[in-house]
Design a protein around this ligand. Sequence first.
Ligand SMILES: Nc1ncnc2c1ncn2[C@@H]1O[C@H](COP(=O)(O)OP(=O)(O)OP(=O)(O)O)[C@@H](O)[C@H]1O
Ligand SMILES: [Mg+2]
Length: 267
Amino acid sequence: MGPVSKGGDASVLLSCHGLHRWFGGVSALDGVSMRIMRGEIFGLVGPNGSGKTTLVNVITGFYPPQRGRVEFEGRDITGIRPHRVTSLRIVRTFQNIALFRGMSVLDNILLGRHVYMRPGALRTALYWWLARKEEVAHRRVVEDIIDFLQLESVRLDPVDVLPIGLQKRVELARALAAEPKLLILDEPMAGMNMEEKEYMARFVLDVHYERGVSVIMIEHQLDVVMGICDRMAVLNYGEKIAEGVPREVVSAPDVVKAYTGLRRSDA
Ligand SMILES: Nc1ncnc2c1ncn2[C@@H]1O[C@H](COP(=O)(O)OP(=O)(O)OP(=O)(O)O)[C@@H](O)[C@H]1O
Ligand SMILES: [Mg+2]
């Protein structure tokens, strides 16, 4: 990780500079630059295959970029490992639900605390009293999140039996357990019905306002993000074709063009 750059703008939380990522002959990201400001909800939209998830993978260290730079709070974090990214309190959710099947809601959320647990601390009999104290503290954080996201009635249920809307909410809960400064949600509303989407939008806003978390929210539907984000960017074939406040972005000619030809329900 590089040094804190001098003279950086403290209101910028995350910045991407000329990111390139290709897979064989496919250019998934083609020189993407953007800035996420502290305290904003930033929408990242684009048609299927436009590079949204790849951008998240590049930011969070899953696939380092072949070219370009990522800075968080003025530090160069390009290419650092995913667990170190999490310890900087950049926390993501996955597009395909990645919960531990067979485990309860409570235990899944508790796993989000692993970033704060010393290796083996919970298992070391010799230090049982220390472990006990730590476990109580972790549980307190988790119970608070369960309450915040209204998961009380399902806390002991195995995650597999829950409807998709609730599973997505458990993923949000697990991400919150890692106490993010920047929360990156990869299509948190995919597969949901309208009512579930409204619920999720409400929770994202609550997380933002009540916990002061900055959010990048990925969606491929424009209307869903427009209503809740402060600013947004649009990707198309790995290129950023627009960035700004939603009202301006949705009427930008390139965006209109990228979204025409899609089914009405997709735009
Ligand atoms: N691990 C990989 N190996 C090969 N190609 C990949 C890989 N990951 C992404 N791609 C390709 O990169 C391009 C961008 O994919 P990406 O998943 O980032 O798009 P997306 O905007 O998230 O799409 P969606 O809306 O479907 O989630 C696609 O052409 C995809 O096939
Ligand atoms: Mg994706």
